[in-house]
Write a new protein. Structure first.
Length: 227
């Protein structure tokens, strides 16, 4: 054996210069220390996402209830009589209206003017002075009407009566402080007075003279159904 054979061959079990020992049967050039891998980012579990979504829905529902409650409180604080009557007219609800002197009108509010409301009842129609209203009673079980709304009729009671007088309409005029209505033909309407030709005078005589009723004293003007 030549010297070169000894110099190029490493003894069995020895470590080659600059190399680490390897397991038998492995290529030392392919051997390298294991490189630690970075742990992948762990996504939030599906249950966490579902819980967050459920919490968000609960919070949104609570905020919506709070906002709705605040709006209802604001509506109640700004409620007006006209607003209540307009809301009832829009619903078409049967309503009881208490008036001064113990009178009561029951029917469906069909319109609201600047100083009166129109009510349809079983016997016809009525124009009710807003100043004469003591209480408004919506149907039990219905949500209370609230808020402020504009009138649905842009006219006054006097203007509405002028139209009726032009048709020589038969009316029943309820007056504050009197338990009896004045029934007859609506003759005319002045600036502050209503003129009625009654069917009878207080003594029962037919066709008494014209009765003049101060407009401010009118509680209700009923117009019976014709025919």
């Amino acid at each position: 054996m030549r010297w070169s054979d000894y110099s190029l061959a490493a003894p069995v079990g020895s470590v080659a210069a600059g190399r680490s020992p390897t397991a038998p049967g492995t290529d030392p050039l392919l051997h390298c220390p294991a490189v630690p891998t970075q742990r992948p980012y762990r996504d939030r579990s599906e249950s966490d996402v579902d819980r967050w979504a459920a919490d968000a829905r609960v919070e949104a529902a609570a905020m919506a209830r709070t906002r709705e409650r605040s709006l209802r409180e604001q509506e109640r604080e700004t409620t007006t009589l006209v607003g209540v009557l307009v809301a009832l007219a829009e619903r078409g609800s049967a309503t009881v209206i208490d008036l001064v002197g113990g009178r009561r009108t029951q029917g469906v509010v069909t319109g609201v003017g600047r100083d009166f409301c129109a009510v349809r009842h079983h016997g016809g129609h009525a124009l009710v002075s807003l100043d004469a209203i003591v209480a408004v009673r919506p149907p039990p079980g219905e949500r209370a009407p609230t808020g402020a709304r504009p009138t649905s009729l842009d006219l006054t009671m006097a203007e509405a009566l002028v139209d009726l007088a032009g048709c020589r309409t038969r009316v029943a005029v309820a007056v504050a402080g009197s338990g009896r209505a004045i029934c007859g033909e609506l003759a005319s309407v002045g600036d502050d007075v209503v003129c009625v030709r009654p069917d009878h005078d207080p003594a029962g005589n037919e066709r008494a003279g014209t009765v003049y009723v101060p407009l401010a004293s009118v509680v209700e003007v009923s117009v019976p159904t014709s025919g």
